[in-house]
Ligand binder design. Structure first.
Ligand code: NAD
Ligand code: AKB
Length: 316
C-alpha cells in the first residue's frame, strides 16, 4: 500500500485533493502537511507541520512515514508573487528541488502542479498548444516554467517519476483561494450570496481558462494512476475545461440572484490576466491518459451555488 504525503494540504487545492485521496486510499495512508495549522476539513486524518524549505525536516518526515508518493502543492501564486517576487521565487524553486531530490533518493512517484501562467504575451491566445512560445512575465509564471524544466531534467537524468499538469484557474467551494489572478471566480459566488454585489478586479471581457475543482482533482489522480509509459510529457500537460470572462459568469449567477450587481475595477491583476491564454488545447492529455472534463460553465455555477448556499445557511 502506498503512503502518500500532501505538502501544502491546507490550501485551496490541497484541502480537496487530500479529502479525495483519503477516500480512495484510506485516511491513515494520506499524511497531510502544511506550514499552517490543519484545516478543519482534513483534521480527522494524520497531519504534520512541515516547512518544505527545510530539506532535513522533509527527509525526516518521509522516513518516519515511509512515504512512497508526494503531492507537492505549496507555492506562492501569481498575484501574491508579484508583491513579493524574491520570496515567491525562493519558495517555488527551492521547495520543488527538495521534493525532486527526495524522488532521486527513493520516493517512487511525485506530483507537482504547473499553471497556465507559464504562457505569456507572445503565446498564441486561443487554443494554446502544448508546445509553443512561452514568455511568462510574472515571477510565478517564470518559476512554473523553470519548475517544468527541472521536472523533465530529473526524469531524464535520474529516472524520477514526476508528473505534472498546467492547471487553469481552479474553482471550488470547500477552501478559499490563496492569492491568484483567477481568485475572482471564487470570490464572486460568496459576494453574490452574502452581499448582493461584487467589485471585480478584472475587466468584464477578460476571458481565461478555468476548471471546477472536481475536474482538477480527477485529472490529478488520473495522471498519477496512469501507467508510466502513458505519461509521455514529463514537463507538464495542458488540460482544459471551461473558458469564461467575469461578464459570462455574472450572467450565469444573475439567473438565480436577479438583484446581484457587479462593478468592474481592474487593478494590477488585469495585466497578468491579459498575458495569459483565452483557451487551451489539451489534445496530448486527452490522448495519452484519456483526460476529459465533466463540468461546463452552467454545471459549475449550479454546483457552486447549491453547495455554498447550504454551507452558508447551515452556518447562520
Ligand atoms: P494555496 O495558496 O491555496 O495553498 C498553498 C499551501 O501551501 C498553503 O496552505 C500554504 O500554507 C502552504 N505553504 C506555503 N508555504 C509552505 C511551506 N514553506 N511549507 C509547507 N507548506 C507551505 O495554493 P493552491 O491554490 O492550493 O495551489 C496549489 C498548487 O496548485 C500550487 O502549486 C499552485 O501553483 C498550483 N495551481 C493552482 C491553481 C489555482 O487556481 N488554485 C492554478 C494553477 C496551479
Ligand atoms: C493564479 O491565478 O495565480 C492561479 C493560476 C492560474 O495558476 N490560479
Amino acid at each position: 500500500m502506498d503512503k502518500i504525503l500532501v505538502i501544502g494540504a491546507c490550501g485551496q487545492l490541497g484541502t480537496e485533493l487530500t479529502l479525495k485521496l483519503r477516500e480512495l486510499f484510506g485516511t491513515e495512508n494520506v499524511i497531510a502537511s502544511d506550514l499552517r495549522e490543519a484545516a478543519d476539513l482534513i483534521k480527522d486524518g494524520p497531519f504534520e507541520s512541515l516547512d518544505v524549505m527545510n530539506k532535513e525536516a522533509l527527509d525526516a518526515l518521509i522516513a518516519k512515514h515511509q512515504i512512497t508518493q508526494i503531492y507537492h502543492l505549496a507555492a506562492i501564486l501569481s498575484a501574491k508573487g508579484e508583491q513579493n517576487p524574491k520570496f515567491a521565487w525562493d519558495l517555488n524553486m527551492t521547495s520543488l528541488l527538495n521534493v525532486l531530490e527526495a524522488g532521486k533518493n527513493g520516493v517512487s512517484k511525485i506530483y507537482w502542479p504547473s499553471s497556465i501562467a507559464v504562457f505569456g504575451p507572445g503565446t498564441p491566445k486561443t487554443k494554446t498548444p502544448q508546445n509553443t512560445v512561452m514568455d511568462p512575465n510574472t515571477v510565478y509564471g517564470i518559476s512554473k516554467l523553470a519548475g517544468e524544466r527541472w521536472c523533465e531534467w530529473y526524469h531524464q537524468k535520474h529516472g524520477v517519476d514526476v508528473r505534472s499538469i498546467r492547471y487553469p484557474g481552479l474553482i471550488g467551494y470547500k477552501a478559499q483561494p490563496g492569492g491568484g489572478t483567477t481568485d475572482y471566480a471564487v470570490d464572486i459566488f460568496w459576494k453574490a450570496i452574502l452581499e448582493g454585489n461584487y467589485d471585480c478586479f478584472l475587466k468584464e471581457d477578460s476571458l481565461l481558462p478555468m476548471m471546477y475543482m472536481d475536474d482538477a482533482v480527477k485529472a490529478t489522480i488520473d495522471i498519477m494512476q496512469a501507467d508510466a509509459q502513458q505519461v509521455k510529457v514529463r514537463s507538464s500537460y495542458n488540460v482544459s475545461a471551461i473558458s469564461f470572462s467575469p461578464a459570462m459568469i455574472y450572467d450565469e449567477i444573475v439567473k438565480r440572484y436577479p438583484d446581484f450587481k457587479i462593478n468592474y475595477a481592474p487593478d494590477f491583476r488585469q495585466q497578468i490576466a491579459d498575458s495569459w491564454p483565452n483557451s487551451i488545447d489539451d489534445t496530448e492529455a486527452r490522448s495519452d491518459w484519456q483526460w476529459k472534463p465533466d463540468f461546463d460553465l452552467k454545471k459549475m455555477v449550479d454546483t457552486m451555488l447549491d453547495n455554498l448556499e447550504s454551507i452558508l445557511v447551515t452556518a447562520k
